[in-house]
Design a protein around this ligand. Structure first.
Ligand code: SF4
Length: 503
């Protein structure tokens, strides 16, 4: 039985996410205590942490969005709605809609579009309006052919087909021997990339429905949802959604892996799911589509990819299928001048700059932990454009102000690579140490950009998995963008005034 979204109004919605859990839970409790006739719905987060706790009040085709709500204010909003009124005076936004968190005119909810995010902050996490899985069970060819025809690409570093054709991966799995399994890889521990966690906390029913639809399309027998062991709210809501979705005999397991960056890499995720004590990336080929979880053909998708598939299936006419990367991308904006992590959805032909409210930044790191450094965000959000600009596609934009030193930043990311790699292959394991050493030499008066670039090239081209392939990117792009600033350190001067001898 599919849990459905009740459409009755008036209603008060309280968005509760892990980042603001205690404050939002107090607001929810106050709203429930005050309510007599109005319906009070606990939803997941909206993606805009700066607005939390968020309360939506809906009546007569209008919705008011209230930000930073206290329990006392929540009681007032409920009482006002009980009297048949909407409190518009101090609302963050007033939207002429009762069908989701439509675009506000200003603030974080006004950025980009809300299709994959349409019901984040609006629907109860376990509720589902339309089931793609049910449709796909009746006509599995339809989804396969539509996804192939549209050329949809996977999203996020943990996907089995990151920035590559989803349909080709499905075809490989179907042609491989064994019972196919679908894995939802929701273990993203990078704090700068929050799209998957947002979907798991807000729309777990949609994530599961997407996974069940893929299972039907590739004739898989079961779905395994792989989470970060520290994401307790996501786990709770996914388990509740498991009870509400219509699996129609498809098995669903929920498992957790360690809160480690490498545990989100696709093959190390499989190792963690199989209970390995020591995580090491698997050699490819064969990839998981052929030999994956317990040797079975395995289709691995992130929640972001599944949300994209559902958004496409719901409105294929709205996708520009002639584009190299059709659809949209979820981007989390964090850093200096950002009041709170904000996850927005941009069409892939929209410039990253649209996601950022301020232009007061010195540089941005685009693409998560091993993203690329840039001064300009005038780059479309599509995979080819980001890659062409030597930025990452993982879904994060970190902003840094003038108090950030490009050399110190590059060094910190190189140290992360040195300390957090799995140790399996020499280029990454030893190359990351050498990168740290060469960057440290700059403080000793030796800046060797050619050696740094050549070492980075070797590490990127010969490492076994995406970790090592991406790890040098912050270093090379920092050198290319801030070469003079970095060179100044070799003369004993940090132009940003932040470096000390301990760097
Ligand atoms: S690239 Fe790094 S993380 Fe990947 S297998 Fe090699 S050592 Fe391990």
């Amino acid at each position: 039985m599919v849990g459905t979204e009740a459409a009755t109004t008036p209603a008060i919605r309280v968005a509760v996410g892990s980042a603001e859990y205690d404050r939002a839970a107090a607001v929810l409790e106050a709203a429930r205590e005050a309510a007599t006739d109005v319906r009070v719905v606990e939803t997941g987060p909206t993606g805009a942490a700066a607005l939390a706790p968020v309360v939506l009040a809906t009546a007569d085709d209008r919705t008011t969005v209230h930000a930073n709500v206290s329990p006392d204010r929540a009681r007032e909003l409920v009482e006002t709605l009980d009297d048949g009124e909407l409190a518009t005076d101090d609302a963050h936004a007033v939207v002429e809609s009762d069908e989701g968190v439509s675009m506000a005119e200003t603030g974080p909810l006004a950025i980009g579009q809300r299709r994959a995010l349409a019901r984040c902050g609006w629907a109860a996490p376990a509720a589902l309006d339309e089931s793609l899985a049910e449709r796909t069970r009746d006509e599995p060819d339809d989804l396969r052919e539509a996804v192939a025809g549209a050329g949809l690409l996977g999203r996020g570093r943990g996907d089995g087909h990151t920035d590559e054709s989803i349909a080709e991966g499905w075809a490989t799995a179907r042609e491989s021997d064994g019972e196919t399994v679908v894995v939802v890889n929701g273990n993203e521990s990078d704090p700068a990339v929050d799209g998957d966690r947002l979907l798991l906390e807000s729309r777990p029913a949609e994530v599961l429905d997407g996974a069940l639809a893929v299972a039907a399309a590739v004739e898989a027998t079961d779905v395994v949802v792989y989470l970060n062991e520290d994401d307790e709210l996501a786990a709770q809501r996914v388990r509740e959604a498991v009870e509400s979705v219509d699996a129609d005999g498809t098995g669903i397991d929920v498992v957790a892996g360690p809160d480690r960056y490498i545990a989100g890499e696709m093959t190390m995720a499989l190792e963690a799911m199989e209970g390995a004590d020591r995580l090491e990336a698997r050699l490819r080929p064969p990839g998981p589509s052929e030999v994956g979880l317990y040797g079975r053909p395995t289709v691995v998708h992130t929640p972001r990819t599944l949300a994209q598939i559902r958004a496409f299936a719901a409105a294929p006419d709205e996708f520009e299928t002639s584009a190299a990367d059709p659809g949209s991308r979820l981007l989390t904006v964090t850093g200096d001048g950002v009041a709170g992590p904000t996850t927005v959805e941009l069409a892939t032909d929209t410039a990253l700059a649209e996601a950022v409210a301020s232009s007061e930044y010195k540089m941005a790191c685009v693409g998560g932990r091993f993203g690329g450094i840039t001064r300009s965000l005038d780059v479309p959000a599509s995979a080819p454009a980001l890659t062409g600009a030597r930025l990452g596609t993982e879904g994060g934009i970190e902003l840094f102000d003038g108090a950030t030193c490009a050399l110190e930043f590059a060094g910190s990311r190189a140290k992360f690579a040195r300390e957090k790699n799995c140790g399996r292959c020499v280029p990454c394991r030893e190359g990351s140490k050498q990168l740290v050493d060469l960057l440290r030499d700059v403080y000793e008066g030796q800046f060797q950009p050619s050696e740094l670039r050549e070492l980075s090239r070797v590490v990127a081209e010969s490492s076994t998995c995406e970790f090592g392939q991406a790890a040098p990117r912050p270093v090379t792009t920092a050198i290319d963008t801030f070469e003079r600033e970095i060179a100044a350190h070799a003369e004993g001067r940090c132009p940003s005034g932040v470096c000390t001898e301990t760097n």
